[in-house]
Write a protein that binds this ligand. Structure first.
Ligand SMILES: Cc1ncc(COP(=O)(O)O)c(C=O)c1O
Ligand SMILES: N[C@@H](CCOP(=O)(O)O)C(=O)O
Length: 462
């Protein structure tokens, strides 16, 4: 299996190289050169298998033999043994054909654990084999950071630097990151927003001179392995509800678009998907692009679903690459224009996207109303991100027959403030986090300046 860049000018890489590289040198993101196919028979044979076994079968072609099967099976098994639910990502039936796919039973209570528990183990495997150390640099709006720290903190070969927007993540999210006092973990609170943090991470991949030759690794969804691991739960959920014999639809709370892109990959591999619904909060660039062909940046709004407070949606580039028939030059031109001024998509690619995707934007008042309404109707207590998905699914679904699977991306305890504002008395943290609010914290506040962040990393890496 080879991986190519969405901007068409970087060298093709192997799986091991792509995992250890992150972003392509031409500024693009890596995608598989060809999409492996899951036949009708292979999908049907997954019914009833454990999540770890489905994960092994779905991901094996992407690994392309670069980790031997027994070792890879072991990494996958160990990654999902950290989840507190036997089904790893259980389906919760809300009504006749609306299901919640609960992705929050991992150690840090958000969907990021699904990929980052595995990515930490894969990185450890490759770095140990090479006898190398590496520096992780990641940007987070609150969930990727703690999941990356949790997934990589025991890895002797890694130093981890996570940038979060100062005072713009929930208290639980911040403490999940900053209360990890390990020698190889560094939390940086940026005086800016997530887009500033992500831009600094991307700029650091583009010019790594500040690291004096050390290897820089990505844990954000720019790293292909993140997407690969997230494909699995779409397949597992689809098969559990009757695929390949019947179609399913998915509604995904979206921002950086790694989650939904993984679903699109599952579809391209052969999972019968009728419809994808993109749910956004008030930061609605994905919705505006799809609905009005308005691919333009707007001021970032602080919302009740802070993990989705993102304007520049990295992985949309991967979808555009497909929509533009894998024309790297066209994608590069479009994204360069988008960075400078409002852009529009060409007619044909936009029409292609509209065949499979619809979208819906949900403001803060509606998030609160939805948390109340969903609880009243189904007894499920949703976190504010999942609430955007639930509302979008109820409003935008194409029919009342195809099972609709809304991805529950975080546990409500991570966002107690919003849940309390919706009228509930609070949500207890799970036992392993009982004392989270009393734990000592350590983090460094820095201005949103690339040089300041890079100097901090250069001075502190081991
Ligand atoms: C809880 C939660 N829901 C939804 C999202 C959006 O996912 P994505 O960025 O993959 O679109 C994120 C983070 O981005 C998140 O942390
Ligand atoms: N919501 C994310 C933002 C980063 O997204 P990623 O999927 O690219 O890591 C977060 O919680 O940090």
């Amino acid at each position: 299996m080879r991986y190519i860049s969405t901007r068409g000018q970087a060298p093709a890489l192997s799986f091991e190289e792509v995992v250890l590289t992150g972003m392509a040198v031409d500024g693009g993101l890596y995608v598989p050169e060809t999409v492996p196919q899951l036949s009708h028979e292979e999908l049907a044979a997954m019914a009833g298998l454990s999540y770890a076994e489905i994960a092994f079968r779905v991901m094996k072609p992407f690994v392309g033999g670069e980790i031997d099967d027994d070792t890879f099976r072991g990494l996958v098994r160990d990654a999902y043994a950290t989840f507190s639910h036997d089904a790893v990502v259980p389906l919760n039936q809300l009504d006749a054909n609306h299901f919640l796919l609960e992705l929050f039973h991992g150690p840090t209570l958000a969907f990021k654990d699904v990929a980052l528990q595995l990515l930490g183990r894969i990185l450890d495997h490759f770095l140990a084999k090479r006898g190398e150390r590496a520096v992780i640099m990641g940007a987070t709006s609150g969930d990727t950071g703690s999941a990356a720290i949790e997934g990589c903190r025991h890895c002797d070969h890694l130093d981890i630097f996570i940038l979060h927007p100062h005072n713009r993540v929930s208290e639980v999210q911040r403490r999940q990151m900053t209360s990890v006092l390990a020698d190889n973990v560094f939390n940086i609170a940026i005086e800016g927003n997530f887009d500033d943090a992500q831009a600094m991470v991307k700029a650091s991949f583009a010019d790594q001179a500040f690291l004096n030759g050390a290897r820089l690794v990505a844990v954000n969804s720019i790293n292909w392995a993140r997407i690969m691991a997230q494909i699995v739960y779409y397949v597992a959920a689809g098969v559990a509800l009757g695929a390949p014999h019947r179609e399913v639809s998915f509604c995904v709370p979206s921002a950086n678009f790694g989650n939904l892109f993984a679903g699109y990959m599952a579809y391209k591999m052969g999972l019968p998907v009728k419809q994808f619904i993109i749910a956004t909060n008030a930061n609605d660039i994905l919705h505006r692009t799809l609905a009005d062909n308005d691919f333009s940046k707007r001021e970032l709004a602080a919302t009740l679903a802070p993990s989705m407070d993102i304007v520049v949606s990295s992985n949309f580039e991967r979808l555009l690459f497909d929509a533009y028939d894998r024309d790297g030059n066209a994608v590069r031109e479009l994204l360069e224009r988008f960075q400078q001024e409002p852009a529009v998509l060409a007619e044909a690619p936009l029409a292609k996207l509209r065949e499979k995707f619809s979208s819906f934007s949900v403001d803060d008042d509606t998030i609160l109303e939805t948390i109340r309404d969903a609880h009243h109707r189904t007894k499920a207590l949703l976190d504010p991100h999942t609430a955007t998905g639930y509302r979008a699914a109820e409003r935008a679904r194409a029919d009342a027959v195809t099972p609709m699977i809304t991805l529950a991306t975080a546990h409500p305890a991570k966002f107690a403030e919003a849940v309390v504002r919706a009228g509930f008395s609070g949500v207890p943290l799970p036992p392993h986090m009982d004392d989270l609010l009393e734990r000592e914290e350590r983090y460094t506040v820095l201005p949103a300046e690339l040089k300041a962040v890079q100097s901090f990393i250069a001075d502190n890496r081991r």
